[in-house]
Design a protein around this ligand. Sequence first.
Ligand code: ADP
Length: 221
Amino acid sequence: MALLQLKDESAGYNGKEILRGLNVTIDPGERIALVGESGAGKSTLLRLFYERLGAKAALMPQDSALVQALTVFHNVYMGRLHQRSVWRNLRNLVLPARADVEEVRKVLVPLRLEEKIFSGVGELSGGQYQRTALARALFHTGDVIVADEPVSSVDEHQAREILETMNAQKQTVILAMHDRALAIEFADRLIGVKDGQIVMDQESAGMTPGDLDNLYLNGVE
Ligand code: ADP
């Protein structure tokens, strides 16, 4: 059964339509990258997907959006806030429970963040910050990750590490990516957005970054 199906739908903000005529079906296990120029509507489409997926999906928002005043532990723990009682969440804010610390630690170890578990996120390097945002999404128990430019502020080595981890740990991956080469390499399916519509939806196998030129150069095929 499809995870998600859009049939001639539109998306926008406060009644203003940004994207129209959206027809998309996403099946479990797909690895999808949304591609297109800045401002084309990738985030808008991603947001619609995320809203439809509900609790099945973990979100990695643009710029990762961690809570600066809190530690790595607390930010990652937030990935399961919705599954826990208010009492447990409040208690963990003040005095993290050993069992929850161990659960969070398991996610941090492969991401080389274990030693930072009680550091404030403001003290982290750019790569550690982005990996903490990934840890929060991995801690979420949903099988789907929806990530908006998850590797925009890290070097290529770290970008590959993040994308490989996502692909290995989540069944379905839906990304917005401005890096065309990484999108082709890490996604199986590319959805191109331009002029308020989906103008391309195809397998990435065999594609080169130049094949996506028409999404970026205004009007030039
Ligand atoms: P992309 O992710 O491809 O850069 P976006 O989806 O962010 O593109 O933006 C598509 C269009 O929607 C742009 O014209 C942008 O100005 C507009 N837009 C984005 N976010 C909002 C918002 N919160 N409220 C109103 N308009 C928005």
